[in-house]
Design a protein around this ligand. Structure first.
Ligand code: FDA
Length: 322
């Protein structure tokens, strides 16, 4: 890590910590939902609040040649009743995907399914979604949250995997433990999505410098590309993607053996370019009313997003331009 890199990283990390911290403040979420100026910005990252809205976006993406996975937004639920409604929304979504002939592929977070309530509630709720998915031949990806939940997430995913073998997990390159997790998952023939990691983790468990995270990502991605079961490379980092494309080329790994994944509304130019180059690209499409924590993490990822939002808020405060 160069001295220069450190100087660059520090303000970015502070901003990231601030926004990831704010993502946990539910009261602010309720406020943000009611500020009209945030809406267009939210619309860039979230495909809609209702099922018909997301179905329209999914059809558009399919028409353009993209694969998709749907996230029914929600996390950190506090009651078994909320878990039941979350499972119900996933069942409804899966049914609609099947009816419309869209990609039967969803992503979910265990805290939306009761991980913070109890292991049993969580198991029962996710099992319900897994059964609905299995009946439709649908794929379920279990997203990864903060490092304090990694062990529990992997354990629950492993326990439920027999219900629906069409399933996979997520590993975060930022975590120091991820090399060992990847080895275990490769040995189990597990489907892994590799991302950098969206949470603000302490240095004791995570790489904090951008260069270290990127180096870890590249090492783990190469490992998965060589021996993993159809890995999903989730990143918008053009330079990293360029290096991975050179790697698959040199190793003779065909594009059917892996896929790239990117978030709805992020680097649409790169998404299209990869398609043009014959790569498989899956877009992660979130929808629902509970968009606040997801949206705040997207702001945290890119300082320019925050500047843009603050400028819009100031403009709104001044009223319409003359
Ligand atoms: P990096 O942050 O270096 O960004 C590279 C470039 O991409 C930036 O320079 C910018 O141009 C663009 N970019 C990235 N984020 C942007 C944004 N929000 N707005 C505008 N431009 C942006 N994390 C996690 O902890 N658990 C999970 O389960 C998942 N799941 C997941 C699924 C998919 C499909 C993706 C693509 C990502 C995730 N993530 C995730 C998020 C991931 O950990 C990470 O926070 C973001 O992808 C940003 O990191 P990049 O790899 O894009 O690199």
């Amino acid at each position: 890590m160069t001295a220069n890199g450190m100087l660059h990283d520090a303000p970015e990390r502070a901003l990231r910590s601030l926004f990831v911290g704010l993502s946990h403040r539910r009261s602010l979420g309720r406020l943000a939902v009611n500020v009209p100026v945030t809406r267009p910005m939210v619309g860039r990252f979230v495909a809609g609040e209702t099922l018909p809205e997301v179905l329209e976006s999914l059809e558009r993406l399919r028409g353009a040649g993209f694969m998709t996975t749907v996230d029914v937004l929600g996390e950190s639920v506090a009651s078994a009743e909320e878990c039941g409604s979350a499972a119900g929304r996933y069942e409804e979504t899966l049914g609609a995907l099947a009816d419309r002939g869209l990609d039967r592929n969803v992503s979910l977070k265990l805290t939306q399914m009761g991980l913070d309530i109890s292991r049993d509630v969580c198991l029962e709720t996710v099992a319900r979604v897994m059964r609905a998915a299995a009946a439709l031949g649908a794929f379920v990806r279990v997203d990864m949250e903060e490092h304090s939940k990694t062990d529990r997430t992997l354990a629950i995913w492993r326990e439920l995997r027999p219900i629906n073998p069409e399933t996979g997990v997520v590993i975060q390159a930022a975590l120091r433990r991820s090399g060992a997790d990847i080895e275990a998952l490769i040995a189990e023939g597990a489907r892994v999505r590799l991302c950098k990691g969206a949470y603000n983790e302490p240095a004791s468990v995570a790489f904090r410098a951008r260069e270290e995270v990127d180096a870890s990502y590249e090492t783990l991605a190469r490992r998965l590309l060589r021996d993993g079961a159809y890995p999903a490379l989730a990143t918008h980092d053009g330079r990293l993607i360029g290096r991975l494309l050179r790697f698959v080329d040199a190793e003779g790994i065909p594009p059917e053996r892996y896929e790239f994944q990117m978030l709805y509304g992020v680097r649409r130019d790169l998404q299209a370019e990869l398609l043009r180059r014959g790569q498989r690209v899956r877009v992660y499409v979130p929808y629902g009313t509970e968009w606040y924590p997801y949206f705040m993490r997207r702001l945290a990822e890119k300082p320019a997003n925050v500047t843009f939002l603050l400028r819009s808020l100031l403009k709104e405060g001044r009223g319409p331009a003359a």
